[in-house]
Ligand binder design. Structure first.
Ligand code: TYC
Length: 102
């Protein structure tokens, strides 16, 4: 220290691990009334699925009651749910879309 310090100390590491955002699954729920073609259209329009992938997901939901449309950060997932619910309501279909933490 003082006049005799020859600068041999080291800089301590302040780097921290990058925090990855939590991810949320967006799910479609089955019902008895929403037309299959409407659900396929929703998956194409809001979840960027091609017709074949959209049909696979729609049939999975139809058979099992629930199915995954995609996995997103909180804000994106919330936006997808709102867009699907608004679109379904506009067309007077009871289609339900929800999100759940991964
Ligand atoms: N069960 C509906 C029918 O038979 C089709 C359907 C599929 C509805 C998926 C909703 O999320 C859904 N017309």
């Amino acid at each position: 220290g003082g006049d005799t310090d020859r600068g041999t100390s080291v800089i301590t590491r302040t780097k921290t691990k990058t925090q990855r955002p939590s991810l949320y699954r967006v799910l479609l729920l089955n019902d008895d009334y929403t037309p299959m073609e409407f659900v396929v259209h929703v998956l194409e329009r809001f979840f960027q699925k091609d017709q074949e992938a959209a049909t696979v997901i729609m049939l999975h939901v139809h058979k099992h009651g629930v199915g995954e449309c995609g996995v997103y950060t909180y804000e994106v997932a919330e936006t997808k749910v709102t867009q699907v619910m608004d679109f379904a309501r506009q067309h007077q279909h009871p289609l339900q879309c929800v999100m759940e933490k991964n």
